[in-house]
Each structure stands twice: as structure tokens, then as C-alpha cells.
Ligand binder design. Structure first.
Ligand code: BG6
Length: 478
């Protein structure tokens, strides 16, 4: 038995995203979205970085988001399984293009709105709190084609309409909101984070920061609308977090680590503290970046800060200024990192560092002094069915056990954490690779990387383990 002081109201649960789970990519009037043009295979990475050559699917590729795990049709069955585990919360995202198929439509698509009504009602029926991300890596493709996506200020207006529409519609059903998923992803995978497509000669950094400003303004407008329309709701930002360690104690390495962290904190500094930080202004000046702003922008940012800090944590990162050390790169949720000799890695090369979770949570709380919400954490691994068709995912249990313990330690350190929704409680499509093989779930889905399989759901060993964790409010982890 552990003795971690998880509050009684702690929101245990799981997190998924529309484009990785729903499928039904053109059903119910939904429009095509950025992720619908991300195939599996080598091409995927190129597009995620901003090299997209056509605005419609190409027959020679396989697009995993088109059917995903068919959550669109099977959500009742899936939610019943989440309820069986005792979930208190489920984080989902709304697909913008289900509500506004083109993004710039004057009126919303009723079938799309009705779909999420059904989803939220089903969650409430089971006593599960919906935690809703407004934009999780998905921009209606029409906005990319016609307006060049978030580099255009017009997107702010379209997003504002979208945000107000869903806030109004679901005001009695949803009390936890988040604006942009992993907003800092825009700098690393600009097509994924913001639908950015680059052309020859584009000033990529300038465009990224201009798009970032637009998203920050859109986020502040959504916060404003949420506070006006649903005063008892909470709305947060969402950061792809993971502390950056200096490879050595050489001041150059330490400074480099600080700068790497600030690259991400930049977004949250604006969303939570309400102003562009000094280090960002210096960076803009030294890199000839001019972020165009409209009158009133800075006041809007200042007046509409978030209520809580949502974040994902998968891995810590490490950095060095030594070219030889820099040769040993590994990954961790897309963020570059040098290999940390003290830590193990997942099958996908993501560093495994539970203590880094505690460090990250402390760092965020020290910096922002606002409640934290862990809205993603987990281990992407290959699961094999045993001869008697069981899935003994002890490695996943071990990863989660250590991370939940680290979170308990952080709470003991004085960090306020309101909930923990582990990533992909049911296997879904991987965002970075498009694979189904990279599984995070307590529930296995019979589907492979090529889209074969019955889509049948099977409980893994971790299912009962997580159920026990929730039932004991984090006291029973073994
Ligand atoms: C986060 C995203 O980056 O990490 C999720 O918000 C994503 O959408 C998750 O799925 C895990 O990454 P991956 O690439 O293993 O699916």
C-alpha cells in the first residue's frame, strides 16, 4: 500500500483524440481534416513537417485515421469498458471538421454536434466527466487549402466561432476544457500542430511564430468565451512537457537545457501568465522575427489566462553543446534528445524516466502556481496475444506503476494535481507513426498497421490493474 495523498476528487481516467480513435472520416457530414491526409510509411514524416503536395487522399497510400478504431460507431461499448475500470474522466477531442466541415462555414453541422451530444450523454450516464480538447492535431483541410491555415489571422475568427459554438452547445455537459493539444508541437511538427504547409523560399521560423501568435490569440478568445458562457467550468492549456536535463554541469550545457525548456514554456508563459516573456522578445529580435499583432492583442492575452495547466509527459529530454555527445540522439514524443546513459528506452526509443515526471510536475507548478492536470502519460509497446489469447502487459503496468508513484511523490511535494488521464486507454492509432502496433491501451483492439482485423476489443492484464488503482484512489499500485 502506498500512502500518496491523492485527493478524493482526483480525476482518474484515460485520454484519446478524435482523429486517432473515431474513424468515420467522412460520415455525418464531416469534412476532411489535416490528419486524414497523413498516410503510414515514410511519407508521413515529410508531411508532418509541412511538405504536403495534394489536398486529397491518394489511392496508393493507407490512411489510418479514416477508420481508426471506429470509436464513432462503438463508443458505447468502449465507454462501458472504461466505466468498468472505474474511470472518473475521459479526455476526448472534438473534431473541428465534424462541427464546421470546411472550417469557414457560417452555420454548424447539426449531425456533428449531435454526435458529441450522444458521446457526452453516454459518459455522464456512467458518471464519467468529459474533459474536452477543442483542437487536437486537426484543422479542416479547406482552411489549409484556402487560407494557408494558422499563418492566416482569419483562422482566429473561424476558431472563435467554433469554440463559442461548442461551448454553448455543451455548456451543461462539459466542465473541463482545453484549447490546443500540445501547443508547442507547432514548432516541431508544424503540419500536425497547425496545418502549416511550406513552400520553397518560405521563412519557416517566422511563419511558425506568426501561426503561434494566432493560436495563442484564439486560445485566449476561447478562454474568454468559456468564462463568460460557463462560469463554473475550467479551461486549460496543454503542453507536451518533459524536463530537459543538461548532459553535464558545464554552464553551456545548463544554459542550453534552459533554452530548450523555454522553447516550450514560451507558449504556456503566454497562456498562463498572459504576456510574451522577455526571452522570447530577445529571440525574435535576434532572429529577425516580426510577429504581427492587432491592437488589443496583448490586452486580450493578459486578461484571459487559463485556469489550469494540462500536460502530457512521456519522457524527459537531455541536451548538450558537445558535438560528439549530440551524435547520440534518441526520441521522446518527437522532441530531439541526446541519449541519457542512466535511463532505459521504450521500443520506440522514448526515454523512460518516472523521476523526470516528478521533476516536470514540480517545475510546472513552481513556474505557474496553478493546478496541473496530467492529460497524457503511458507506454507505447508491442502487445502479443498468448496461446490462450491473454495479453500480459506487465511492462506497461510497471511503467504506469512507477509514473503514478512519481505523481504521488509530486503531490506530496506540494504540487496540486487534479487528475490523471493516461494516454490511449484503448489501443488507438499512433500520432507520430500512424501505427496500430504501438499500443498504449488497457484494452486491446484487433487491428494491425495495414488496417486488417476484426476491431474486437480484448481486456489486457493492465485492465484489472488500473481498475484496482482507481478503486484504491492510487493507494494500491502493486
Ligand atoms: C502526444 C499526442 O504527442 O503523444 C497524442 O498528444 C499522441 O496525440 C501521444 O498519440 C503518443 O504519441 P504516439 O506517437 O506514440 O501516438
Amino acid at each position: 500500500m502506498s500512502n500518496y495523498p491523492f485527493p478524493e476528487s482526483f480525476l482518474w481516467g484515460g485520454a484519446i483524440a478524435a482523429n486517432q480513435a473515431e474513424g468515420a472520416f467522412l460520415e455525418g457530414g464531416k469534412g476532411l481534416t489535416t490528419v486524414d491526409l497523413l498516410p503510414t510509411g515514410e511519407k508521413r514524416w515529410e508531411i508532418m513537417l509541412g511538405k504536403l503536395s495534394r489536398f486529397e487522399p491518394d489511392e496508393q497510400f493507407y490512411y489510418p485515421s479514416h477508420e481508426a478504431i471506429d470509436f464513432y460507431h462503438r463508443y458505447k461499448e468502449d465507454i462501458a469498458l472504461f466505466a468498468e475500470m472505474g474511470f472518473k474522466a475521459l479526455r476526448v477531442s472534438i473534431a473541428w471538421s465534424r462541427i464546421f466541415p470546411n472550417g469557414d462555414d457560417e452555420t454548424p453541422n447539426e449531425a456533428g454536434l449531435a454526435f458529441y451530444d450522444g458521446l457526452f450523454d453516454e459518459l455522464r450516464k456512467h458518471g464519467i466527466e468529459p474533459v474536452v480538447t477543442m483542437a487536437h492535431f486537426d484543422v479542416p483541410i479547406h482552411l489549409v487549402k484556402k487560407y494557408k491555415s494558422w499563418r492566416n489571422r482569419k483562422l482566429v475568427t473561424f476558431f472563435k466561432r467554433y469554440a463559442r459554438t461548442i461551448l454553448e452547445r455543451y455548456q451543461h455537459k462539459v466542465k473541463y476544457w482545453m484549447t490546443f493539444n500540445e501547443i508547442n508541437m507547432l514548432l516541431h511538427l508544424p503540419y500536425v500542430g497547425a496545418g502549416l504547409v511550406f513552400e520553397e523560399g518560405d521563412d519557416v521560423t517566422q511563419i511558425k511564430y506568426q501561426a503561434a501568435h494566432h493560436q495563442l490569440i484564439a486560445s485566449a478568445l476561447a478562454v474568454k468565451a468559456c468564462h463568460e458562457l460557463i462560469p463554473d467550468a475550467k479551461i486549460g492549456c496543454m503542453l507536451a512537457a518533459g524536463a530537459t536535463y543538461a548532459y553535464t554541469c558545464h554552464p553551456d550545457d545548463v544554459f542550453d537545457a534552459m533554452e530548450k525548456d523555454r522553447e516550450s514554456f514560451f507558449f504556456i508563459d503566454v497562456q498562463s501568465r498572459g504576456a510574451y516573456p522577455g526571452y522570447a522578445k530577445r529571440f525574435f529580435k535576434e532572429n529577425n522575427i516580426t510577429v504581427e499583432m492587432e491592437e488589443g492583442d496583448l490586452e486580450l492575452l493578459q486578461a484571459n489566462t487559463v485556469d489550469y495547466i494540462g500536460f502530457s509527459y512521456y519522457a524527459s529530454r537531455a541536451t548538450s553543446t558537445d558535438p560528439d555527445v549530440l551524435k547520440n540522439q534518441t526520441s521522446g514524443n518527437v522532441f530531439g534528445s541526446v541519449e541519457n546513459p542512466y535511463l532505459e528506452k521504450s521500443e520506440w526509443g522514448w526515454t523512460i524516466d518516472p523521476k523526470g515526471f516528478r521533476i516536470t510536475a514540480n517545475q510546472l507548478y513552481d513556474r505557474y502556481q496553478k493546478p496541473l492536470f496530467v492529460v497524457e502519460n503511458g507506454l507505447g509497446a508491442v502487445d502479443e496475444l498468448s496461446a490462450d489469447r491473454d495479453i500480459n502487459d506487465d511492462y506497461r503496468i510497471e511503467y504506469l506503476r512507477q509514473h503514478i508513484a512519481a505523481m504521488g511523490e509530486a503531490i506530496e511535494d506540494g504540487v496540486e494535481i487534479i487528475g490523471y488521464t493516461s494516454w490511449g486507454p484503448i489501443d488507438i492509432v499512433s500520432a507520430s507513426t500512424g501505427e496500430m502496433k504501438k499500443r498504449y491501451g488497457y484494452i486491446y483492439v484487433d487491428r494491425d498497421n495495414e488496417g486488417n482485423g476484426t476491431l474486437k476489443r480484448v481486456k489486457k492484464k493492465s485492465f484489472d490493474w488500473y481498475k484496482m488503482v482507481i478503486k484504491s484512489n492510487g493507494q494500491e499500485l502493486n
